[in-house]
Design a protein around this ligand. Structure first.
Ligand code: COA
Length: 345
């Protein structure tokens, strides 16, 4: 086996797809798309270095492996990396050589950032390789489906804050509200929540526009949002109708089902025959831990009352874990697909 290394060229993706076959893991499916021609960055393109390993047989090189390292504007404190080696060429050091070459390239990243980060699935060759390379887990992420009716619906007061009775149908109408996905108030809490749960890998400073683009605009598939508010309080005390809404305690954004063959693994129908709706659930990050856990649990109860929902649960999402982990343990929620580890040096 004579292995030679060179820069990635257009067309390598097709040659490698033929040798590699379909992606082994969700991470491979996600990151194969990052294998592309190297770039010095600028004009919205990230700095990227991509290397191909060819097996040279009778003077003809056949691509068998590739690796990439690139900068990211979201979570800029680390560089993403991904390496893949054809199955019949593994365990002969090609992956380790690619990683060493990528590390050398990373030493010249214009941002000055050199720390690497990758996603792997526990128990796979990728995870063993990362471990051997000194890349340790910094986060675990699970896709979870919460089955309908798993949580008890919250009970809302049948009197408003002014002490006037609310008929049964309208109870809660001043605390549970639909909100347009373009809402500034929603964008603000979503952005601050996302930052708060990423203390382990800072997203950097998120502008309103970035938060919209990442979670809320049409291209994300976001098609609705509801919020759970604190009881509105009147500035004039009990008995006087409050003029302001209470502040947001928790939010849920729902997304249209992804189309095509790349459907998320959990998108298959629940035992009830219902396809889970993708949701992003979070809370006002300044709430204390118990309040946040209660707000998130109530929100989950509301959105998963009749239909299943699917959400990404990172270990750093303390309040959401408090709501979801007992459901996982009790069989009222299930994992949709394998866990993902973000590993880093
Ligand atoms: C991960 C991957 C790139 C490794 O490529 P490779 O060329 O086989 O890796 P190397 O031969 O350089 O292995 C280096 C070390 O990693 C560890 N390692 C790699 N694969 C392993 C496996 N299947 N089981 C246990 N340890 C493993 C070993 O310590 C190995 O050293 P050794 O062979 O001397 O024991 C390859 O398995 C792959 O393409 N997997 C699918 C894509 C993926 O998950 N990429 C990881 C994201 S960065």
């Amino acid at each position: 086996m004579a292995i030679e290394y060179r820069e990635w060229r257009d067309g390598d993706d097709l040659a490698l797809l033929e040798i590699w076959g379909g992606p082994e893991t969700a991470q491979a499916r996600q990151f194969r798309g990052a294998l592309a021609v190297s770039s010095n960055g600028g004009n919205g393109a990230p700095w990227r270095r991509c290397i191909v390993a060819e097996d040279v047989v009778d003077g003809v090189g056949i691509p068998v492996a590739a690796g990439v390292v690139y900068e990211a504007s979201l979570h800029p404190e680390r560089l993403w990396t991904y390496i893949e080696v054809a199955k019949d060429h593994r365990r002969s050091g090609i992956g380790a050589t690619l990683l060493a070459m990528l590390r050398r390239e990373a030493g010249h990243a214009p941002s000055g950032v050199t720390k690497l980060r990758a996603k792997v699935e526990p128990g796979t060759p990728g995870a063993a390789f990362a471990d051997a390379a000194g890349l340790a887990p910094i986060q675990r992420s699970r896709l979870v489906v919460v089955e309908p009716g798993a949580l008890k619906l919250p009970v809302f007061p049948d009197k408003d804050h002014g002490g006037r009775p609310i008929d049964g149908e309208n109870a809660g109408s001043d605390v549970v509200m639909d909100l347009a996905t373009g809402s500034v108030e929603l964008t603000d809490v979503v952005g601050r929540y996302y930052t708060a749960i990423h203390g382990w890998d800072s997203p950097g400073v998120l502008s309103v526009g970035q938060v919209q683009k990442l979670f809320l605009d049409e291209l994300t598939g976001a098609h609705g949002a509801i919020v759970l508010r604190a009881q509105p309080e009147s500035a004039f005390g009990q008995g006087v109708a409050p003029s302001k809404k209470g502040r947001i305690r928790a939010f849920a954004v729902s997304y249209a089902a992804p189309a095509g063959p790349d459907d998320a693994p959990g998108a298959e129908a629940s035992p009830a025959g219902d396809t889970p709706t993708d949701v992003f659930v979070g809370h006002e990050p300044t709430l204390d831990a118990d309040d946040a856990a209660e707000a998130v649990r109530d929100m989950l109860a509301l959105i998963a009352y009749q239909h299943p929902v699917m959400l990404e649960l990172d270990d750093s999402m303390t309040a959401l874990r408090a709501a979801v982990e007992p459901l996982l343990a009790g069989g009222k929620a299930r994992l949709a697909g394998a866990e993902t580890l973000v590993v880093s040096d």
